[in-house]
Design a protein around this ligand. Structure first.
Ligand code: TMP
Length: 202
């Protein structure tokens, strides 16, 4: 089973994934946690290239690097884990590419969808948690944390990405669960566990 977490930087995905992973391990489930881009040697190298502020690149170069990282991760980690029956918790998947590269960078949607389909070998998340925060919350939280190339982007870009995630979630209501990222960490975790237990008996 593939469970993905989406949202803009500083929404709290990583914390929630850690809490969920600990919960599932306590329940004796086989769990693996990965992040995108990353999770294999090649994908981690691509991550470094993508997040290095001095690496300037056009939007297609960026798209292809994200897709290349995903293709390697799906082939070497996600597919084998799903085949052996593990629960895969993924910090971002191709919904991020739609939000950032289509809504943010304005790349053509059909083309990006095709890239996403082939890089993920048609794998679709069973459920996706969108942790929704506003631009103001993101800016407030980001002050004390390190800045990378994406977190330097202007407000307009981030606003479009936020809108992108909300739109994707609305269009895919059977797969998406929207969580208010301003809620306390424990409340969000409780809600995630509640949804997974109701929907999948986890
Ligand atoms: P993160 O690991 O901190 O979430 O950083 C990854 C960054 O890459 C984040 O700003 C979102 C961005 N990103 C895209 O623009 N497109 C993608 O397809 C993915 C997976 C991430």
């Amino acid at each position: 089973m593939l469970i993905t977490f989406e949202g803009i930087d500083f929404c709290g995905k990583t914390t929630q994934i850690k809490l969920l992973s600990e919960y599932l391990i306590r329940k004796k489930k086989k769990v693996i946690t990965i992040r995108e881009p990353g999770g294999t040697e090649i994908a981690e190298t691509l991550r470094q290239i993508l997040l290095e502020p001095k690496n300037k690149m056009n939007s297609f170069t960026e798209l292809f690097l994200f897709e290349a990282a995903r293709s390697d991760l799906v082939e070497k980690v996600i597919k084998p884990a799903l085949t052996e029956g593990s629960i895969v918790l993924c910090d971002r998947f191709w919904d991020s590419t739609i939000a950032y590269q289509v809504f943010g960078r304005k790349l053509p949607e059909d083309f990006v969808n095709q890239c996403n389909f082939y890089s993920s070998q048609g794998i679709k998340p069973d459920i996706t948690f969108l942790i929704d925060i506003s631009l103001e919350t993101m800016l407030r939280r980001s002050k004390s944390l390190k800045i990378d190339r994406f977190e330097n982007e202007e407000a307009e870009f981030i606003k479009n990405v936020i809108e992108g995630f909300r739109t994707i979630a609305k269009l895919n209501q059977s797969r998406f669960v929207i969580l208010d990222g301003d809620e306390p960490i424990e409340e969000i975790h409780k809600r995630i566990v509640e949804v997974l237990s109701n929907k999948f008996g986890l």
